[in-house]
Design a protein around this ligand. Structure first.
Ligand code: 3PG
Length: 395
């Protein structure tokens, strides 16, 4: 795909698809990472003399103008991070947007209103894509985190204008390529989270591609139960037992070592700081539930990491939001950060909860790359084609 190196931006109206779908609580932005990561692309385009027209979705207004889902507050946030004014238009197409674009001088930045206020966005409606394309001479996509959506602003418009990857899109794709495309081996993957059923494709694809697959979180309970361990009151998916056994068989056939927990931290109740015990997987008391993996398992994971060259991490090892069940996730995260800094481990993490867990462990800055994407990161690890990326490759 083409990057900003290939775009002669001077004097051009550049339609930039960003992902400004940031977390907000009580009207305040709680995490600015996605805005900060856009800065290199916007700055570069602006400094090269482009008229930068930013498109993004926000939340899921389902084709209606829902005022709480307006991008207007993001113009101010973007402006304060960029250190220059950012204009705002009340619509992402039509006369208002066209007038705002016409007013731009070279180097100016304009943010357009939420693309999902139009029902055509999620339908990838050609009429909407064409109305967007009217606003630009070139299209730059920097929204890797929305690239799993085949929408007008991520896919349709990319086919109507000369299309380029922004710096953030480029960084995400390069990191993922280094993780699973042509990685240096051995590759270890850590997959955690609550449910096997939501990560079936992920486990299947990874077991074909990585050398060691560590399974943690509540989904490990399903695997352990499928192997015949009594998991007491632990969260698990009984109907997934045959599937779990099949995944283990397939991994074996693909020469992928599966690492399951050997010990678990259990409690009678799921709350902060209850009485806990550490038990082996064959000694879970019938009235207790597993909420984290234990120290022996952490040691085993660390051992595999010391031999690894590349790590891909998606999903926490325990119920990390409720202490002390963050212990294993934090310990492994710190080992990962240490090995990244001292032993050249290439460590790549991503997916909603994972980023929160890595931040909680204080290591997000010391990993090789932490993706800004949730669903898109997951779909990429599942081996799926992301429509927003495919459109750039053909463009
Ligand atoms: C995300 O936050 O993962 C992206 O912005 C995509 O949002 P969506 O799941 O509403 O399409």
């Amino acid at each position: 795909f083409r990057t900003l190196d290939d775009l002669d931006a001077k004097g051009k109206r550049v339609l930039l698809r960003a992902d400004l779908n940031v977390p907000v609580r009580d009207g305040a932005i709680t995490d600015r990472t996605r805005i900060e990561r856009l800065v290199p692309t916007i700055k570069e385009l602006s400094e090269k003399g482009a008229k930068v027209v930013v498109l993004s979705h926000f939340d899921r207004p389902k084709g209606k103008r829902v005022s709480e889902m307006s991008l207007r507050p993001l113009a101010e946030a973007l402006s304060s991070i960029l250190g220059k004014p950012v204009a705002f238009a009340d619509d992402c197409i039509g006369p208002e947007a066209e007038a705002a674009v016409a007013k731009l001088q070279d180097g100016d930045v304009l943010l357009l209103e939420n693309t999902r206020y139009h029902a055509g966005e999620e339908k990838n409606d050609p009429a909407l894509s064409a109305a967007m394309a009217k606003l630009g001479d070139a299209y730059v996509n920097d929204a890797f985190s929305a690239a799993h959506r085949a929408h007008s602003s991520t896919e349709g418009v990319a086919r109507l204008l000369p299309a380029y990857a922004g710096r953030l899109m480029q960084a995400e794709l390069e990191a993922l390529e280094a993780a699973l495309g042509t990685p240096s081996r051995p590759v270890v993957a850590i997959v955690g989270g609550a449910k096997v059923s939501t990560k079936l494709d992920l486990l299947g694809n990874l077991s074909r591609k990585v050398d060691v697959l560590v399974i943690g979180g509540a989904m490990a309970n399903t695997f352990l139960a499928a192997q015949g361990h009594d998991m007491g009151r632990s969260l698990q998916e009984a109907e997934m037992h045959p599937t779990a056994l099949r995944i283990l068989d397939e991994a074996k056939a693909a020469n992928c070592e599966i690492v399951l927990p050997r010990d678990l931290v259990v409690a009678a109740e799921f709350k902060a700081h209850p009485a806990t015990r550490t038990v082996t997987v064959d000694a879970v008391p019938s009235d207790m539930m597993a909420l984290d993996v234990g120290p022996e398992t952490v040691g085993l994971i660390e051992n595999r990491l010391r031999q690894a060259s590349t790590l891909v991490w998606n999903g926490p090892l325990g119920a990390f939001e409720t202490p002390p069940f963050d212990a294993a996730t934090v310990a492994v995260a710190q080992s990962v950060a240490g090995l990244t800094q001292s032993a050249g481990l290439k460590s790549i993490g991503g997916g909603g909860d994972t980023v929160a867990a890595l931040r909680h462990a204080g290591v997000a800055e010391r990993m090789t790359y932490v993706s800004s994407a949730g669903g898109a990161f997951l779909e990429w690890l599942e081996g799926k084609t992301l429509p927003g990326v495919a459109a750039l490759q053909q463009g």
